[in-house]
Design a protein around this ligand. Structure first.
Ligand code: HAM
Length: 414
């Protein structure tokens, strides 16, 4: 038997129904704040991610599904959405629109990671990006909207951590300072941290071994090296979050696996998740659009993992799946009438299914019940029907032509 590839999963109808709730709640909350939907292709030229996400990141070094097109150009299944959205912003001249441009997406992404609970090779993200505003209000607005999405979906036990990365220049100076500090304490670091001092010294804050953790507790912190504008920007974001009543923790050791961030950086974790506790993350990326050859444009955004939100929410409410009419047949010869009536009923706006399983009449009524139909019409061969209202059990005999008008006269429960 051929199975789905490791690290992937099927979204079966019940889960699809839960996702519909997630999508409609996200749409309601984000579109009320002026975000419009965008969807970009499932694959892009590899250089977009190499340049956008960063050559030195784990994503680009180890986790991309890349392949060649017919002309020998390298393509990659998108591992994330921010670089593609920025590519689209530049390609479609969105900088000419009134700024900021606010966009949201709900799409699948691909990373070649070791699969485990909450970590897959194809997964979905809900994302939002505000492009063209440097205001701290834009950062705070996005974070508050994300908290609203969590509240609407019942995502439990969330914790918000926040920091600022300042500018790339501040960061470059700080990296040198940190490298020198790490080299001076090399003997106490874990071997994998020692090997990455030159390539990615910031990752040392992420290490779990006690030796490295002890060294990092006294390491210089970027937050103490920010220039005045960046420090004020962060203070304002914090003040706005406080005004909105949102609790956060300033965490100067916060590290994220993407290189495009500047200034604000944040992550939501959830206690309801296991090892893969990151439910959403984001930040400001003021240089990314320029790096992709667009005009200098400040921007901020986030993405939340759909599967992780679902896990952390326990049960998302399942929408009622009511059917207005189930068309049953008393005798097989009435099947042609049933087909005709079903078609007309759908045209009249009624959610309708007809018997397709060759069941006995009793079996058909059971099926109508399973589908939670409001009415069942049992058709005879003579143009007569019997219409049963499932809630009340009330049944009446009428001409088949009267079935649709009769149902339309009753109001549909919401
Ligand atoms: P990220 O932190 O790499 O950020 O991913 C965001 C979220 O996607 C994570 O918090 C997690 O919930 C989910 N996620 C990531 N990898 C997996 C996986 N393998 N399986 C299941 N879920 C996963 C970004 O992707 C940035 N583009 C966010 C952003 C938008 N920054 C600015 N704008």
């Amino acid at each position: 038997m051929i199975q789905a590839p490791r690290g992937t999963f099927d979204v079966l109808p019940e889960e699809a129904a839960r996702r519909e709730v997630l999508e409609s709640e996200a749409r309601r909350i984000l579109e009320a704040a002026g975000f419009a939907r965008i969807e970009t292709p499932a694959f892009e030229y590899t250089e977009l991610f190499a340049r956008g996400v960063g050559e030195a990141t784990d994503i680009v070094q180890k986790e991309m599904y890349s392949f060649q097109d017919g002309a020998g150009r390298s393509l990659t299944l998108r591992p994330e959405g921010t670089a593609p959205v920025c590519r689209a912003y530049i390609e479609h001249g969105m900088h000419k629109l009134a700024q900021p441009v606010k966009l949201w997406y709900l799409s699948s992404f691909f990373r070649a990671e070791a699969p485990q609970r909450g970590r897959y090779r194809q997964f979905w993200q809900l994302g939002a990006e505000t492009i063209g505003s440097a205001e701290p209000e834009a950062d705070a607005e996005l974070i508050v909207l994300l908290a609203d999405v969590f509240a609407a979906l019942g995502v439990r036990g969330t914790r918000l951590r926040l920091t600022s990365l300042g500018t790339p220049e501040t960061r470059a100076d700080y990296r040198e300072e940190l490298k020198a500090y790490l080299r001076a304490h090399e003997q106490r670091l874990a071997p994998e941290v020692r090997q990455r001092i030159e390539l990615n010294p910031l990752r040392a804050f992420d290490a779990s071994d006690p030796g490295t953790r002890a060294v990092m507790a006294d390491a210089p912190k970027l937050l103490d090296r920010l220039d005045r504008d960046d420090a004020e920007h962060l203070e304002r974001v914090c003040a706005l979050l406080e005004e909105a009543g949102l609790r956060y923790e300033l965490d100067p050791t916060l590290v994220r696996g993407l290189d495009y961030y500047t200034r604000t950086l944040f992550e939501f974790t959830s206690d309801a998740l296991g090892a893969q506790s990151g439910v959403a993350g984001g930040g400001r990326y003021d240089r990314l659009i320029e790096q992709l050859e667009g005009p200098p444009t400040p921007a901020v955004g986030w993405a939340a993992g759909v599967e992780r939100m679902s896990l952390a929410a326990g049960e998302l409410p399942t929408p009622p799946r009511l059917l207005d009419l189930y068309v049953a047949v008393a005798k097989p010869a009435a099947a042609a009438h049933a087909f005709q009536l079903s078609h007309e009923a759908r045209r009249a706006g009624l959610r309708t299914q007809q018997e397709l399983g060759g069941r006995s009449l009793k079996g058909q009524l059971k099926q109508a019940d399973r589908l939670r139909a409001r009415f069942v019409a049992i058709l005879g061969e003579d143009g007569q029907a019997s219409l049963k209202e499932m809630d009340s059990g009330e049944q009446r005999e009428l001409a088949t032509t009267e079935v649709i008008p009769t149902i339309l006269r009753t109001s549909r429960p919401t």
